[in-house]
Design a protein around this ligand. Structure first.
Ligand code: SF4
Length: 411
């Protein structure tokens, strides 16, 4: 568990992302399960790096979608490189801009990640990077640079299903993706094969956890403030994807959280006071935004990446992975994610949608604008925020806007 987490009980004392987690632990003094989930989040990257030094294989990757399912089946820990953003500061931006000559306007997530990899060169820690060409051009550039600097880098091809792709075209995509998955397995293990039984175990684990997280989300509707925004975002958007590198500990904490929520007394006043919100877009390391939602009385009950589709267990596991990719909101076209958001809005009777992205990201801003127009046409309030991947105190302007938005919904 993390060594350096200091006790932070006053939001005024927050000076770093670790402090936000420490503060969140104090806010969740009523819940040992949430405290454990926050500990797991805090120890995710350091724990994987410690494990690697002790001989446990680990790879930097996006650590979401099908990748963790595959990697765990191969005995490799998936380590989300964007989680390193929370250890970054201005100095990291300078490494990316001055040493690697990234233009200043490049997305800060990419710049933080490049700088963190730079600092780890020859440090005896994880030295392999699994990229994804579906990400974005700035990240493609980052991987190429890191390859030149000595990292062992592998990129799989773009995964994209257009909104009208069905039938034979979809079947060809599924076949292509199976070869992509085998490429990754070969790069990781030297063997172009996967162990079907181990893959089935991981698919079953993922389906089980998707079901449990759905249960958590349902229970939160009766306990909207039991689990605050930062904790649910870390638990869902990071933990559910990669289990913070510790699948059993993560699942045990989720089991305990369900028990806690089931036994917590229901407070009707609290339910009435909550302003149900849905979050769309990225969730970065700007933890102060989540804090601002809590302070303004918002209850973030739905997220774009809310668990919905299960992996099929009636087809061979490799095929199941490929089909899951194309049946899900991650298939590429923004309309898939919009449909998820829309069903969340309906299910939760949400009063507002928070659209969030990073300054310098031209890709996601197009999706966000389409979603904003869609919800506005339906008469739902939306706020479109651009933040940075900065650590430390959040930017004042973003905070002011989010507070004003939630307060407007309350009024
Ligand atoms: S926020 Fe946009 S530019 Fe930044 S890493 Fe993600 S896709 Fe790339």
């Amino acid at each position: 568990m993390p060594q350096a987490l200091r006790k932070v009980v006053d939001p005024e004392d927050i000076a770093s992302q670790s402090d936000y987690i420490a503060y969140s632990k104090s806010v969740h003094a009523h819940s040992p399960a949430i405290q454990r989930l926050l500990d797991l989040s805090e120890d995710y990257v350091p724990g994987a790096e410690r494990g690697y030094k002790a001989g446990k294989p680990a790879v930097w990757c996006q650590a979401n979608n099908f990748v963790p399912v595959l990697l765990y089946s191969l005995g490799v820990v998936p380590v989300a490189y964007n989680e390193m953003g929370r250890y970054s500061a201005k100095e990291d931006m300078l490494i990316a801009e001055d040493f690697y000559q990234f233009p200043v306007e490049t997305c800060s997530m990419v710049k933080c990640t490049v700088a963190q990899w730079h600092k780890r060169l020859n440090a005896g820690t994880i030295d392999r990077i699994l990229g994804s060409s579906s990400a974005c051009e700035p990240f493609n550039l980052a991987w190429e640079i890191m390859r030149q600097r000595g990292y062992d880098v592998f990129n799989n091809d773009v995964i994209y299903r257009g909104p009208t792709v069905t039938g034979e075209r979809l079947e060809r995509l599924v076949e292509f993706t199976i070869t992509q998955i085998l490429d990754v397995a070969e790069w990781l293990t030297g063997q172009r094969k996967v162990d079907d039984d181990k893959l089935k175990v991981e698919i079953a684990r993922k389906n089980r956890l998707l079901g449990k997280l759905r249960q958590v989300l349902e229970l939160r509707r009766s306990h909207p403030f039991y689990m605050k925004t930062l904790a649910i975002i870390l638990t869902l958007n990071v933990g559910l994807n990669n289990y913070f590198g510790k699948p059993q500990a993560y699942e045990a904490a989720i089991d305990d959280l369900i028990l806690e929520l089931e036994n917590a007394p229901i407070n009707e006043k609290e339910i009435k006071a909550a302003i149900p919100l849905v979050w769309a877009g990225g969730t970065g390391q700007e933890f102060g935004i989540y804090e601002a939602i809590d302070l303004a009385g918002g209850a973030l009950l739905g997220l774009r990446s809310v668990p919905f589709r299960l992996y099929r267990e009636d087809v061979p596991p490799l095929e199941s992975m490929a089909r899951w990719i194309y049946d899900n909101s991650i298939a590429g076209a923004g309309v898939y994610a919009r449909n998820v958001l829309d069903s969340e809005v309906e299910r939760l009777k949400a009063r507002g949608v928070i659209l969030y992205g990073y300054i310098g990201c031209s890709f996601a801003s197009v999706d966000r604008e389409m979603w904003r127009r869609f919800f506005h046409d339906k008469g739902l309030a939306c706020i479109n925020l651009e933040g940075s991947f900065q650590t430390g105190s959040p930017s004042g302007q973003v905070l002011t806007r989010i507070k004003a938005f939630v307060e407007m919904l309350a009024a």
